[in-house]
Design a protein around this ligand. Sequence first.
Ligand SMILES: Cc1cc2nc3c(=O)[nH]c(=O)nc-3n(C[C@H](O)[C@H](O)[C@H](O)COP(=O)(O)O)c2cc1C
Length: 344
Amino acid sequence: MSLLLSPVKIANLELNNRVVMSPMCMYEVQKKDGVLEPFHFAHYGARALAKVGMVVTEATAVLPDGRISDWDLGLWNDEQADKLTELTTMLHSFGTKVGVQLNHAGRKAENAQIVSAPSAIPFSSDYATPHELNESEIQAVKDAFVSAAKRAKRAGVDMIEIHGAHGYLLDQFLSALTNQRTDQYGGSLENRYRLVHEVVTSVRAVFDGSLWIRLSLTDYDDSGVQNSLDDWKQVAKWLEADGVDLIDVSTGGLINAAPNFPVHDGYQTPFATELKQAVSVPVSTVGLLDNPGLCEYILQNHQADLILEGRALLRNTNWLSDAAKQLHDHDFKPYNASYERGQK
Ligand SMILES: Cc1cc2nc3c(=O)[nH]c(=O)nc-3n(C[C@H](O)[C@H](O)[C@H](O)COP(=O)(O)O)c2cc1C
């Protein structure tokens, strides 16, 4: 049996395999109310039937103005939580675990009434100049993460991922490129980490499931201001002490810059491998991992502990069955006998 398709336990979370559906915004909330629609049930249900170890929902906003766009999911009210309960129940009945990614878009909110951020620096000339959050507004953001976490718990999710990557609000606080505050939330790395610390520990206090965080380990910034790998190792150590169960390593999104090296299969995995040196909690990898052989190699060689698949699962719902064939993993079973006949 391959490692990729065999079960794994991360703290108390048991997954049937090491393939997790990466959070991906679908911008399909036609009513703009943040509530899951039939599309989402079909979309996530299809990947559950295809036997991913866990479905992680797309970035789900903790406040209306924390949405990337008005077409995003939200978890700031009970109607949204009730639908999430329905989705979780359905996905569990298909045998998959469920994670929800909680987010506040900060200065990258495209349709917000009030765009906010640690400092009044726009993402680009196409984006609004954000309002600089004051300390009581920062507390309100933290409280919104906690309320959303309570709702996620009530909805029965197995995992909450705090979105600390891709240049959204928490990432904006972490970096001196976007955080030029002079109060306790800005300046030193420890101060820039303060909001993440408060969010993570407060969510940890109300949620006893698996708690993950996604980080961007480089901003592809050539100015010398971005956090160094050593800074990220320090952040990872703090996160581990704060009770995080897994660190999900990604890159980019903070500033308007693309990778400054040729992008290739598994291009983000070296960042995960490097971070693994600093912590004992598991570290996952994501990004151009379409080739199951490469995924297996990464796992066999302890370069990362878990694989997140994004676009490969959009292109091919059947990715896991195809991976089993490629890896000669005869133990992997499609969802039912009829699906198995489709493999012949
Ligand atoms: C359509 C789309 C939407 C995405 N939305 C999110 C998101 O909501 N949250 C997030 O952390 N990453 C998001 N991402 C990034 C993916 O989760 C993933 O990290 C990235 O696509 C690289 O992995 P891949 O090569 O397997 O697709 C999105 C990517 C795509 C293609």
